[in-house]
Write a protein that binds this ligand. Structure first.
Ligand SMILES: NC(=O)c1ccc[n+]([C@@H]2O[C@H](COP(=O)([O-])OP(=O)(O)OC[C@H]3O[C@@H](n4cnc5c(N)ncnc54)[C@H](OP(=O)(O)O)[C@@H]3O)[C@@H](O)[C@H]2O)c1
Length: 243
């Protein structure tokens, strides 16, 4: 049974993106699983369909303008509207020391290409479809590693966790969230940033604190906010974080 809402989740072939699609799908939302790899995307959609979720694979590499434009066209053709956009796709490169002074420009550029520029371009392409929704929701997956307040607090658990390229990209995601929410403040569209927590995924690793089901919870909450819900915020499990 569908509630007829349509959601696009980027990077939904695994991890928090796939779990977000699963949880939204269980609410009756039609979930479009963005994946840059066809086989992985189709497999993920088949898995969710096996769980009675209305899931469909959408080819989407957020670093490829043609791919983004094609995804927007296919959603326009098939649904004419997009109710929920979850900007989830991201990368975190290991193998360098993560320091601001020595991280290579290649790592900075590749990280920003996916985590920041990909998010902006995908959002800009989808926004005309989201504007057609009576209650558009945009959720940008960020991190507590994107909080300048946390990084500058010696008592914070992340004070010594410095992964420069990733951290900088998530600060930018937070500012993008703020600016877009301000721009859309007089519409019904809500734009928020979600810190999922430290989650057991390929990115979070096996020692992370949260299981996937809890890791997707913040994003799902923000994707399903009621009309009087917040916009322009930075949340973890319903609690506003320090920017
Ligand atoms: N896990 C954590 O502890 C944690 C903590 C804070 C924030 N987050 C954030 O939560 C989000 C999801 O993280 P995760 O832990 O689920 O990561 P993950 O398991 O590594 O999954 C990342 C997803 O992004 C996709 N992706 C990467 N580059 C892409 C591109 N160019 N186009 C489209 N998709 C692309 C990946 O696709 P492929 O399979 O093709 O690589 C994969 O589906 C990210 O924004 C991350 O920064 C995670």
């Amino acid at each position: 049974m569908s509630d007829s809402r349509v959601a696009l989740i980027t990077g939904a072939n695994k991890g928090i993106g796939l779990e977000t699609a699963r949880q939204l799908g269980r609410l009756g939302t039609i979930v479009l699983l963005g994946s840059r790899d066809q086989a992985r995307g189709q497999h993920a959609a088949e898995t969710l369909r096996g769980e009675r979720v209305d899931a469909r694979f959408v080819p989407l590499d957020v670093t490829n303008s043609d791919s983004i434009a094609a995804a927007a066209r296919s959603i326009e053709r098939d649904f004419g509207v997009l109710d929920i956009l979850v900007n989830n796709a991201a990368v975190m490169f290991h193998g360098e020391d993560g320091l601001a002074s020595t991280t290579s420009m290649r790592i900075f550029r590749e990280t920003f290409d996916v985590n920041f520029f990909g998010m902006i371009e995908t959002t800009q392409a989808m926004l005309p479809l989201i504007r057609k929704s009576p209650s558009g929701r945009i959720v940008n997956l960020t991190s507590n590693l994107g909080s300048i307040a946390e990084h500058s607090d010696p008592h914070s658990s992340i004070y010594h966790v410095k992964i420069s390229a990733y951290d900088f990209s998530k600060v930018a995601v937070n500012m993008f969230t703020q600016h877009l929410a301000h721009e859309l403040r007089d519409t019904s569209i809500k734009v928020n940033a979600a810190h999922p927590g430290w989650v057991k995924t390929d990115m979070g690793g096996p020692h992370a604190q949260l299981e996937l089901a809890d890791g997707a919870r913040t994003g799902v909450q923000l994707a399903t906010l009621p009309a009087d819900g917040p916009t322009g915020g930075y949340f973890h499990m319903g609690v506003h974080m320090r920017w």
